[in-house]
Design a protein around this ligand. Structure first.
Ligand code: VGL
Ligand code: ZN
Length: 194
């Protein structure tokens, strides 16, 4: 496939935060391996003048997704905590980039970057019609952001070489890839972007 970037394209990178990387509260095995490809996509979009959206999980300390507060996860990505920070290896563009915080109120969780955020409005204001999505985790934030984008009418590409998942249950990532494709997402790699 050959994809020529146009001004209607945006990059969405999910949750490249220390708590989702090895050593973090919810560390994804080999999670650090997504950082070089993610950086390559960021550079590609930034050089073309396309906007880059970086989501982050940004929870209060008593968030409902945490064990002891009704949820299944260890506490992670607590507002302003070290684990909530983006990886220092992530190269964030100086401009034309937007940080999207999600899961910010105790009573709601958000695996999709669109849930409870201004992401849709920001994309619409910039005339974006196609989104390319990568980051962490394939089976949570990436999947739900992709399904959300498709639902909202965006042509949606998933970056196969720039995603990794939690795999809480074996097969979760395979099922996530199938669900995204069944919903209409197009799986691509860097080689497809000309
Ligand atoms: C996520 C697990 C817990 C995600 C958020 O956004 O991928 N995963 N909280
Ligand atoms: Zn979370």
């Amino acid at each position: 496939m050959k994809i020529q970037l146009t001004p209607a394209d945006a990059l969405i990178i999910a949750d490249v935060q220390l708590d989702f990387l090895p050593g973090g509260a919810l560390g994804i095995a080999n999670g650090e391996k997504v950082i070089p490809p993610v950086n390559a996509y960021i550079r590609r979009f930034a050089e073309a003048g396309n906007p880059v959206f970086l989501t982050r999980d940004w929870h209060p300390g008593n968030h409902l997704s945490f064990r002891g507060h009704g949820g299944v996860w260890p506490p992670h990505c607590v507002v302003d905590s070290p684990g909530a920070a983006f990886s220092p290896d992530l190269v964030i563009p100086g401009d034309n980039k937007y940080i999207i915080s999600k899961g910010t109120s105790r009573e709601f969780d958000a695996y999709s970057g669109f849930q409870g955020t201004h992401l849709l409005q920001l994309l619409q204001e910039r005339g974006i019609r196609r989104v390319m999505v990568g980051g962490l985790a394939t089976d949570y934030c990436v999947k739900n952001t992709v399904l959300g984008a498709l639902n909202l009418g965006f042509t949606t590409f998933v970056l196969q070489d720039a995603c990794l998942g939690v795999e809480l249950t074996p097969g979760d990532c395979d099922r996530a890839w199938s669900a995204m494709q069944a919903a209409g997402a197009i799986v691509v790699t860097m080689a497809d972007i000309v």
